[in-house]
Design a protein around this ligand. Structure first.
Ligand SMILES: Cc1cc2nc3c(=O)[nH]c(=O)nc-3n(C[C@H](O)[C@H](O)[C@H](O)COP(=O)(O)OP(=O)(O)OC[C@H]3O[C@@H](n4cnc5c(N)ncnc54)[C@H](O)[C@@H]3O)c2cc1C
Ligand code: SF4
Length: 521
């Protein structure tokens, strides 16, 4: 079998293939390990539930693209004391195809905490540095030039500068980004270096094969170790991959469900638990000047002044159809706000959560449970107050907070917000993009699902490599943390030393995190 794409929607009968390793999932975790193993000489077969799309398929229309690229058309959400929309990618490239491209290394204090709490001493900043360098080179992590950062970032930077708050333009995995503003719907210019444009084709060039539209159903175990994977295709076919090792990389929502279905990874009782999501919301403001959020990189600027409190502010601009979906209004008020879209700014607030949820399967579907606790709710309130303050400093005329019943704020008002008792259910339009931790790494078999090398405790030939292994909130966007861990897993499986020859990047984002906020979780 030579490398490349095999279309699962065209496979109707029985298919049996042989590989050394079968990788399940092709997102931030699955694609790097598949590529590295193939380059290391292993026969690799990847299975991906979603379809393969090329840049020509990306028409920049949110309504079309959400249906194609997102699981459940982007409607996945949590159950709990406040609903949180939790979109997931389902395509070759996984969620990297629809993400904003923001790249932050795991903050070193968070890695230190992993050593102390989870016995993961080997995952320190020095050990991971060569893997981060390799990831950053392969996906081309560069800083957003101010010319394409957009007016949304400009006004927010103006506010931050006036208040003396630290922030900077974001580092992203792009080549030749033109600031078209639709990263969340498939980059129509091939600028965003998602895994479907980088690790996946590089894996093909080294002989790996990806079956898209193919859902892994079961790991075949024999004598206590993995011997194969059974899968079904959307074309109605059945596949068996005979292999010696399996890497599960279905993402933090589906990896624990997949493992549990066959009784793997459950002995510590931690499988499916410890779900962190980095919940987020946005504050919006109207300005006299034109902003036009549809132009420029949607997530081009961050403010980390309050990162030690668990608060990161990151750009959250987008085209009008995107903004209209997330505005916390209805009816005439919604129409009125959208008529002033060109003068509207929106900025995101992400919380490094200490709340934890869990996932389980009900009637064949993922059920995600998550209650936002009082501490995180208070962090949200503080973040909303700060963003409101920033918008006044930037010259806003009206501020819309995502707090139920608060309405608009005018003329520098902040007291109505400060005085308000905010409960979790009072927070509007919560979203989360970073599910983590449901098969967490912990050196101790009784406390985690995988060890520091990502091998499933108590089972040979099965590793996990995706957001599920990241043992805590990290306070920054996680895609390159997941990629670095995944590359390290491949090097471990190949018995290769760390790629210390990788060139040092000229710079990368170093958020001001001096202590891990999520320490108490
Ligand atoms: C809208 C959005 C914006 C984001 N922005 C950023 C950002 O700017 N920066 C950042 O760092 N992170 C961002 N993220 C998060 C980041 O993309 C994810 O953390 C990362 O992609 C997770 O990697 P993963 O491997 O765990 O899962 P995914 O990348 O989601 O990949 C999992 C893959 O497994 C497949 N799969 C699942 N079950 C099966 C099965 N049984 N058989 C076969 N295949 C299966 C899925 O279809 C999917 O393609 C964003 C996420 C979203 C949704
Ligand atoms: S802003 Fe840049 S990376 Fe995002 S979709 Fe447009 S060109 Fe692609």
């Amino acid at each position: 079998m030579s490398g490349g794409l095999e279309r699962g929607d065209r496979i109707a009968g029985e298919r049996r293939v042989r590989a050394d390793v079968c990788v399940i999932g092709s997102g931030a975790g699955g694609a790097p390990v598949a590529k590295e193993l193939a380059e290391g000489g292993m026969r690799v077969v990847s299975l991906e539930d979603g379809g393969h799309f090329t840049t020509d398929d990306f028409d920049a229309r949110p309504r079309n693209m959400v249906a194609r690229l997102y699981r459940d058309a982007g409607q996945s959400a949590t159950l709990g004391n406040v609903p949180i929309v939790l979109p997931l990618g389902r395509t070759v490239g996984g969620s990297t195809t629809i993400n904003s491209g923001t790249c932050f290394r795991t903050p070193p204090p968070v890695l230190d905490m992993w050593g102390e709490r989870f016995g993961l001493d080997e995952l320190n900043a020095h050990e991971l540095d060569p893997y981060f360098r390799r990831v950053e080179r392969i996906i081309n992590v560069v800083q957003v030039p101010p010319e394409i950062a957009g007016r949304n970032a400009e006004v927010v930077k103006r506010g931050a500068d006036a208040l003396g708050w630290h922030g900077d333009h974001i580092f992203r995995n792009v080549r030749g980004c033109v600031g078209s503003g639709v990263c969340a719907f498939g980059c129509p210019t091939s600028a965003k270096q998602h895994t479907g444009l980088t690790w996946v084709p590089q894996g093909w060039a080294a002989g790996a094969t990806t079956f898209d539209h193919t859902r892994a159903r079961r790991i075949v175990m024999s004598g206590g170790r993995a011997r194969g994977v059974e899968a079904t295709t959307s074309g109605g076919g059945r596949m068996v991959v005979d292999c010696d090792a399996v890497v599960v990389a279905c993402g933090a929502i589906h990896t624990p469900l997949f493992l549990r279905r066959q009784g793997l990874g459950g002995h510590s009782g931690e499988l499916g638990r410890n779900l962190a999501v980095h919940p987020a919301t946005g504050v919006r403001a109207l300005f006299a000047e034109e902003i036009d959020m549809a132009r420029g990189v949607p997530q081009s600027f961050y403010i980390d002044e309050f990162a030690d409190e668990g608060i990161m502010f990151e750009g959250a601009a987008g085209p009008p159809d995107y903004a209209s979906m997330s505005l916390p209004f209805a009816g005439a008020r919604h129409r009125e706000a959208m008529l002033r879209f060109r003068n509207m700014s929106q900025f995101g607030l992400m919380v490094s959560d200490v709340s934890r949820g869990f996932v389980r399967e009900r009637a064949g579907r993922a059920e995600i449970h998550y209650d936002l606790n009082e501490e995180d709710t208070a962090t949200f309130k503080r973040g909303i107050e700060l963003l409101t303050e920033l918008y006044w400093a930037a010259g806003a005329e009206v501020v819309y907070t995502p707090v139920e019943g608060l309405g608009e704020l005018h003329n520098g008002e902040i007291e109505p917000l400060r005085k308000r008792r905010v409960r979790a259910r009072d927070l509007n339009a919560l979203m989360a993009f970073h599910p983590l931790g449901t098969a967490r790494a912990d050196a101790r078999p009784d406390h985690g699902v995988v060890d520091g090398g990502l091998k499933l405790h108590g089972c040979d030939g099965v590793d996990a490599a995706d957001g599920s292994v990241v043992p805590s909130s990290i306070g920054v966007n996680p895609q390159i943390t997941i990629m670095a861990l995944s590359v390290r897993l491949a090097y471990g499986l190949l018995g290769k030393p760390a790629p210390r020859e990788e060139p040092e990047p000229s710079s990368f984002a170093r958020p001001r995190i001096t202590r891990p906020h999520a320490l108490t979780a």
